[in-house]
Design a protein around this ligand. Structure first.
Ligand code: UDP
Length: 314
């Protein structure tokens, strides 16, 4: 699938901008829509002048109109860092609910395929490990993470309703912790925090005792998986992430080793409802997409820390 006209909401965000780059590289034309509350035009370096690229500064929680034909609508707009959950909770709920409704409406009007960026957060603090797509999750709707988790759960529900009720052609991906170049230095998530802290010789801020686990996916692997799902016939949801699980403490040690930093470890309080463990079951992704991740955490961290140190991508 190439030579398509694709709308990417959140196109100036971390994942959205990588997606725009990959779509342009394969010959698609891209309309990126972003309100820039967490995205940045800096993320569009190298593509903003591309002849097949258009940027629209707009909030998809409001009405969204894109002139001309559209083959696919990829809804990636949403703040996704836990530090944003307290800072901009209403915007997160709105983009997951109203923004999803508006972008579904756009896809329906255009007869386009719809692709929803959902999240491992729909599993909450999971009691089933690793998490298969069949697990319904363990989410606290009232806690600080509920604004993101429930917005994305609603987004999945309305996407499936459009699919069943209107016959809309949809895909749903559940994205697990992803990292790489173009994360904001102040994004607040663990990989960027640790790398930025290590490079500056500042203390590494471990939440709790650091024994909680995550499974970190390098952005190039992630985007390859997203495009494989977009091009497939499978509705989803499909987990896309990396199956190798690390404690936060192990991540800190790796970052220190890779950057050669002598930063000390600082143990801070653990955020409310911080999931204790997370690892994707990738059986479905392997069987329906023939996709698997290829970049190890060591390799991905080396690339990402080179980028944060002012080097190039890759
Ligand atoms: N974390 C940490 N130090 C930080 C930022 C995050 O120890 O400076 C922890 C966080 O509490 C969580 C894990 O790292 O247990 C992953 O956090 P992140 O914000 O990257 O994403 P999450 O998976 O929680 O959405």
């Amino acid at each position: 699938m190439a030579d398509q006209r694709v709308v990417v909401t959140g196109g100036a965000g971390f994942l959205g901008s990588h997606l725009c780059r990959s779509l342009l590289a394969r010959g698609d034309s891209v309309v990126a829509v972003d309100n820039l509350i967490t995205g940045s035009l800096d993320n569009l370096t190298g593509i903003s002048g591309h002849r097949d690229f258009t940027f629209v500064h707009s909030d998809v929680s409001n009405f969204l109109h894109v002139p001309g034909p559209v083959d696919a609508v990829l809804h990636f707009a949403s703040p996704a860092s836990p530090v944003d959950f307290d800072r901009i909770p209403i915007q997160i709920l709105k983009v997951g609910s109203l923004g999803t409704h508006n972008t579904l409406g756009l896809a329906r009007e255009k007869g386009a395929r719809y692709f929803l960026a959902s999240t491992s957060e729909v599993y909450g603090d999971p009691l089933v490990h690793p998490q298969p797509e069949t697990y319904w999750g363990n989410v606290n709707p009232l806690g600080p993470r509920g604004v993101y988790d429930e917005a994305k759960r609603f987004a999945e529900a309305i996407t499936m309703a459009y699919h069943r009720h209107h016959g809309l052609d949809v895909r749903i991906v559940r994205i697990f912790n992803t990292y790489g170049p173009y994360m904001r230095p102040d994004d607040g998530r663990v990989v960027s925090n640790f790398i930025v802290q290590a490079l500056a010789g500042k203390p590494i801020t471990i939440h709790g005792d650091g024994k909680q686990t995550r499974s970190f996916s390098y952005v190039d692997d992630e985007v390859r998986g997203l495009l494989a799902l977009l091009d497939s016939d499978y509705v989803g949801p499909v987990n896309i992430g990396n199956p190798t699980e690390f404690t936060v403490l192990e991540l800190a040690e790796k970052v220190l080793a890779i950057t050669g930093s002598s930063s000390e470890l600082r143990f801070d309080p653990r955020p409310v409802d911080d999931p204790t463990q997370r690892r994707p079951d990738l059986t479905l992704a392997r069987s329906v997409l023939g996709w698997k991740p290829e970049i190890s955490l060591d390799e991905g961290l080396a690339r990402t820390s080179r980028w944060f140190a002012g080097g190039s991508v890759g």
